[in-house]
Design a binder for this molecule. Structure first.
Ligand SMILES: Cc1cc2nc3c(=O)[nH]c(=O)nc-3n(C[C@H](O)[C@H](O)[C@H](O)COP(=O)(O)OP(=O)(O)OC[C@H]3O[C@@H](n4cnc5c(N)ncnc54)[C@H](O)[C@@H]3O)c2cc1C
Length: 478
């Protein structure tokens, strides 16, 4: 239970209307968008168990709230859009859920440098719509744009569909305004490429609420493209598609969209959304830019590489339909719902390992699900780097076991076996969804004892009372 003195002190900062307590606080947020949170909430056992929700709308309020929390050793879990899928935004230790959605101002746009300074609670889709009105864009388009906040994208270290050309969120961040767990406000250097010591902004990227609150960010913008060219090629063998993708990246070409669907993903998911008959592993690509001749030339060179690796040209229509319907995958009738179980393992590796990672992770998921499960498993390679790629392996079991404990145990077994297989095959355990509680038990395997010690010392130095997001990232909770 929240102590009344604490609630009164918080009300004095943000106003009584912005502090929820007890049952209203519990009901207002039951958990993030992971299947584990959704199924637990449906069973009346919500994973987010905050005693208080505090809605803030200024950096000063965040600072004052954190000073009180730090002084009273009250856990604080930051909440952006709540669209995470790793359990990171769940206030599973009680205390305060810090609702940042009221920090939703676009503070300034610098049209000369093509940057914007925005507050952390700004919704991605809204930012994009407002920029588009001025012929600008923020080239970070997560599939969850309608729910996700800028602060959540940064602290979960996310990625968008244009990442192969424009980079992950870390490549879009110039500087940050941060409130430390003890309440001090930090402004990192105005540009990220400097030699003024380690880049403090990057320390916050992927910190998942454990090291401070990102209250505002200065972000790289771009102008709207003058031209987009869509491509779609089918392959007899997935390895040929992977080899083509590798060659595209190594040759310095940079399609903005590069999504290679394996056979079951193309047949089970892509085919339905684009309403086209597909034929085995399918590569959807899009080249964009401001100089039409350059975009055309890049698309011709990309197509030549795909064809040289055995790709059959399906024409651009499928790619264009994918682009227009890219959010449909996450809504009815295409998105999974209860009583099914679903989750994704998105892991990343270099080209020397990525095919082994694909083979071992998909095999481990199938083995862990068991022969009796009605499993569907589709995988795509959707973010490409000059050195490798990621795989996004999404499984669904219909229906999940009836008893909640059995269903959760099966889910955890699949995540455990899949993650262990990924690590053993040379992958890094996550590409863009973050760690949260789902992967927390395995971060030590990823970083090693000395790596966890380093992270723990950073945490203890910044947050001596351990109030921010306790237990997340596999960090000691006390
Ligand atoms: C259907 C669907 C599709 C998705 N597709 C993508 C995708 O394409 N790419 C991708 O990267 N992710 C994707 N995700 C995952 C999720 O949307 C991202 O992780 C997103 O970045 C989370 O943003 P959020 O604002 O909802 O954060 P939340 O879920 O609210 O929080 C995520 C983490 O960040 C912390 N946090 C939030 N805001 C702050 C802040 N201002 N300061 C400090 N800590 C903070 C939280 O405590 C938590 O640890 C998808 C999710 C769903 C449900």
């Amino acid at each position: 239970m929240a102590d009344t003195d604490l609630a009164a002190r918080l009300e004095a900062i943000v106003g009584p209307e912005n502090v929820l307590q007890g049952e209203p606080a519990r009901r207002a947020f039951t958990g993030d968008q992971s299947w584990v949170s959704i199924v637990s909430a449906a069973a009346g056992q919500s994973l987010s168990r905050q005693d208080l929700i505090v809605k803030v709308s200024t950096t000063g309020e965040v600072s004052e709230v954190l000073k009180i929390a730090n002084g009273s050793k009250t856990p604080v879990t930051p909440l952006g859009g709540g669209s995470g899928v790793q359990g990171a935004a769940n206030a599973d230790r009680g205390g305060i859920l810090l609702d940042l959605r009221g920090m939703d101002r676009i503070r300034s746009i610098d049209e000369r440098s093509l940057t914007a300074t925005v507050e952390c609670g700004v919704n991605c889709a809204r930012l994009e719509a407002e920029l588009n009105e001025n012929d600008l864009r923020f080239t970070h388009y997560p599939a969850s744009a309608e729910w996700a906040s800028i602060g959540g994208c940064i602290t979960a270290r996310g990625s968008g569909v244009l990442s192969s050309k424009y980079g992950k969120i870390e490549d879009h961040v110039l500087s940050l305004e941060i409130v430390l767990p003890t309440g001090e406000v930090v402004h990192t250097p105005s540009v990220p490429r400097h030699a003024a010591g380690p880049e403090l902004a990057q320390l916050m990227v992927g910190s998942e609420g454990t090291l401070g609150i990102v209250t505002a960010a200065t972000l790289q913008l771009r102008r709207l493209p003058a031209k987009q060219v869509f491509l779609c090629f089918a392959f007899d063998h997935l390895e040929d598609g992977v080899a083509a993708g590798r060659e595209i990246m190594l040759s310095g070409l940079r399609p903005a969209v590069m999504r290679l669907y394996d056979g079951s993903s193309a047949a089970g998911s892509l085919e339905k959304v684009v309403a086209a008959g597909l034929d085995g592993p399918t590569f959807v690509l899009m080249c964009d830019g401001e100089v039409p001749g350059v975009v055309d030339a890049e698309a011709v060179a990309v197509a030549a590489i795909l064809a040289a690796h055995g790709g059959r040209d399906f024409g651009g229509e499928v790619g264009e339909k994918w682009w227009e319907n890219r959010y449909a995958f996450y809504h009815a009738p295409h998105a999974p719902e209860l009583p099914a179980m679903w989750a994704t393992l998105d892991v990343v590796a270099d080209f020397s390992h990525i095919e082994g990672v694909y083979r071992d992770v998909t095999k481990a998921i199938r083995a862990a699900a068991g022969v009796d499960a009605n499993l569907s498993l589709g995988t795509h390679f959707s973010h490409w780097y000059p050195w490798g790629s990621m795989i996004y392996a999404r499984f669904k079991i219909t229906p999940a076991p009836d008893r909640l404990e059995d269903a959760l145990a099966l889910h955890d077994k699949i995540i455990r076996e899949g993650t262990r297989a990924a690590l053993a095959a040379g992958a890094v355990l996550n590409d863009h969804h973050g760690v949260g509680t789902r992967l927390a038990p395995y971060l030590g395997d990823q970083l090693g004892a000395a790596g966890m010690l380093m992270l723990t010392r950073v945490k203890q130095g910044l947050d001596p009372n351990g109030v921010l997001a306790p237990g997340k990232l596999g960090l000691p909770a006390d």
